[in-house]
Structures are given as C-alpha cells and as structure tokens.
Design a binder for this molecule. Sequence first.
Ligand SMILES: [Mg+2]
Length: 214
Amino acid sequence: MEKGLTVSFDLDGTLTKHTFVDGVWNEGIPYIVAKKRGISFEDARSLCMEAYKAEGESSIRWYQLGYWMNFFDIQDIDVNKLVLRFTDRICVFDDAIPVLERLKRDNCTLIIFSNATRPFLDKEVSVSKIAPYFDKIISLPDDWGMLKAQTQAFVRLRSIVDGEFIHAGDHIYYDYEVPRSVGIDAFHIWRGSGPKRNDSLTSLEAFTDRVLCG
Ligand SMILES: [Mg+2]
C-alpha cells in the first residue's frame, strides 16, 4: 500500500494565535519583574522586550522560561501558575480545525513541529483540543534540544517520516527557507502581518487545497 502524505505544522501563528504566548512574555513576565524590582509595568515591559531582542529568536534560550527566570532573578515564581494565568487566551485560527479534519479524512499523518517549549505547547494543544488530530507533537527545544533555525532539525524530521512530506508555517525563514534549503516541500502561511512572499498562502484552507488538489 502506498504511504500517504505527512504534513507537519508550525503551531504559534499558524494553528493558534499569538495571544496566549504574547500574554505570558509581554505581560506576565514584565508584571513579575516590575513587582520584583519596584518599577512600573511599562518600564519592566521595555526592559523585558529589550532583553528578548538582545538574545534573539535564533537562540534556544529565547524560548526557555527557566533561562529568563534566572536572567530576571525571579526563580521563585511558579512557571505553571504563570502560564495558567493566560490559558484563557489560547485561541485557534478559524480555519485550523476544519483543515485538520479534512487532512485526517484524507488519511494524512499530521505532526506539530514547534519551537515552543513544553509548558506552552502542552497547554495550547490541550486547551484548543487539537491534540487528537496529531500523530506526533514535537517541541524542538525540549524534545530535541534544537530549533527550526537549524537545518538538521528538518533533516531529522524528514528521516522519521515515510513517504511524501510537506511542512507549513507562518515564519518565512524557519518554516519556509530552512526546510526548502534541505529539499523539503514547505509552504509559507501568511496570517495578515509580517513579510510575505509571492507564493505565500493566506489561509490553511488555501494550503490544503494546494496539497490535496494540486
Ligand atoms: Mg509560528
């Protein structure tokens, strides 16, 4: 029997909106830093944003709450509680569930391939109820000690997939250029902001039409 198509998806900004993660990083942590240092929330927020920017999203530490707890000297806080405060902001894009249903009906194997660490990833997939659609859910930093910025991450993913394989996500570099550079068929999903390519797709529906109908 011919092996069906495997599709791997980025999570944040592709299947789920940034509202939840933005809440934790841009409100939750600054709030704690403000209290700890006795400064205003606005000042703490600027301080956090500058520190995140200086570290940069191509660094694995940028994704790790534990690193930032040490960095801001707020190790005494309960990471789970911090994340829980924002779980009511977890929100899937309207096109996500219909598309996952459709791909499953078509016997596709589905994977989440995310730079999010487990405390974020696990909450997002459980609250949004998308976990059952996926055959594999991979947190690059926590499960593999890697990031999508590394071509080896995609090479490793390719090596565990049988048959035809496609990746989709909203980051032009991590979800499009890096996988394409190692010969993986990748699609950029443009969600209304940030850089866009001529061949970017503007919805998961357009992506699914493209991969299932050619
Ligand atoms: Mg993303």
